[in-house]
Design a protein around this ligand. Structure first.
Ligand code: NAD
Ligand code: TYD
Length: 341
């Protein structure tokens, strides 16, 4: 049985990833390392912790001694690295934690992997490292050859970690693969990100705070499809390669908001407030995911029309989960981010 170190699996995508592997009954031991920052939530994986296949450790990926110990104690032979500071708006308020976790933390993992040995290492990255695309050229999309041009402290720190990962393959022959995915949505997403924020605000009788003119474009992928793509890359990918992952599902933020309002029975006037734009707000992201389809046979299985309904229903059914988050530290952040602008 292989022993996989999964970093950041108490967060949104990581928890969906371990949940997917456990429900499929994959023959793996999962060693979860998570610092449980404000975005990490043990409730996301609580029901899996008693399973003998999952071993949870609260700790920091920057702690080299701890990471080494995990390698030794659990005979780690593969890594899926999700752990990161992940929210653009927080990186604008303060970039230090982003450099620390995303750059230094990744360097620590790569160094321990080099020293202790690893069969495969998937570094989970983002399409945001490529920067912004023109909105008047719909045929232009990010390919794996697009130059890195990050515009936010978040994407800059992720680009830094991507460059380190690339260098450890070229210099040390570490079997690293990098995935760059578009925007995810689905269960367990922290309600500071656009979709869960919009959905839960409406459920609380608050308005959706829409940045700028609402015409920024993102490509949206259901989280289970992203998890399946990462599993595909871990098993079939070629070391040293980058794989773009996307939903072929570009939409303006206004279109997203219209869908959510319709599904939740609200009108634009009742439900939306335009607010000051995000500084440096990237205009458009779009992914060319033809390489992963051609070489590894992966493509998304979920369609937006159904998956957004499933997501809204999940937030309706899990009010205890998000109401517990939307208190305390979260309210201070919300006030700083939205009220004081
Ligand atoms: P998230 O913020 O929901 O979860 C991050 C997790 O990492 C949390 O559980 C947190 O406690 C943990 N963590 C943070 N710092 C840590 C540290 N120093 N040591 C150990 N654990 C730490 O993020 P997410 O949305 O699940 O994103 C996961 C990964 O996927 C990130 O690397 C992100 O860049 C990438 N990604 C996200 C999206 C998206 O739409 N959410 C899209 C593409 C790529
Ligand atoms: P977000 O979920 O933060 O992801 P990204 O990393 O792509 O910025 O935001 C998605 C889009 O929604 C992005 O264009 C910014 C916009 N947005 C708002 O209009 N209002 C909000 O309150 C938030 C959080 C995001």
């Amino acid at each position: 049985m292989r022993s996989i170190l999964v970093t950041g699996a108490a967060g949104f995508i990581g928890s969906n990833f371990v949940r997917m592997l456990m429900s499929r009954g994959e023959d793996v031991k999962l060693v979860v390392l998570d610092k449980l920052t404000y975005a990490g939530n043990i409730a996301n994986i609580q029901d899996l912790i008693d399973d003998e296949k999952l071993f949870f450790v609260k700790g920091d990926i920057c702690d080299a001694a701890l990471v080494e110990q995990l390698w030794t104690n659990h005979a780690i032979n593969q890594v899926v690295h999700f752990a990161a500071e992940s929210h653009v708006d927080r990186s604008i308020l303060s970039s230090g934690p982003f450099v620390q976790t995303n750059v230094v933390g990744t360097q620590v993992l790569l160094d321990v992997a080099k020293a202790k040995g690893v069969d495969r290492f998937v570094h989970v990255s983002t399409d945001e490292v490529y920067g912004s695309l023109p909105e008047d050229k719909p045929d232009v999309k990010f390919t794996e050859e697009t130059s890195l041009a990050p515009n936010s402290p978040y994407s800059a720190s992720k680009a830094g970690s991507d460059c380190l990962a690339r260098s450890y393959f070229h210099t040390h022959h570490l079997p690293v693969m990098i995935t760059r995915c578009s925007n995810n949505y689905g269960p367990y997403q922290f309600p500071e990100k656009a979709l869960p924020l919009f959905i839960t605000n409406l459920m609380e009788g608050k308005k959706i705070p829409l940045y700028g003119d609402g015409m920024n474009i993102r490509d949206w992928l259901y989280v289970e499809d992203h998890c399946d793509a990462i599993w595909t890359v871990l098993n079939k990918g070629t070391p040293g390669e980058v794989y773009n992952i996307g939903g072929n599902n570009e939409m303006t933020n206004r279109k997203i908001v219209e869908t959510i309002l319709r599904e939740m029975g609200k009108t634009w006037d009742d439900g939306v407030q335009y607010v000051k734009d995000r500084p440096g707000h990237d205009r458009r992201y779009a992914i060319d995911a033809s390489k992963i389809k051609r070489e590894l046979g992966w493509e998304p299985k979920h369609r937006w029309e159904q998956a957004i309904k499933t997501t809204i229903q999940w937030f309706k059914d899990h009010q205890d989960w998000w109401r517990a988050i939307k208190s305390g530290e979260y309210l201070k952040y919300y006030d700083q981010q939205y009220t004081q602008r």
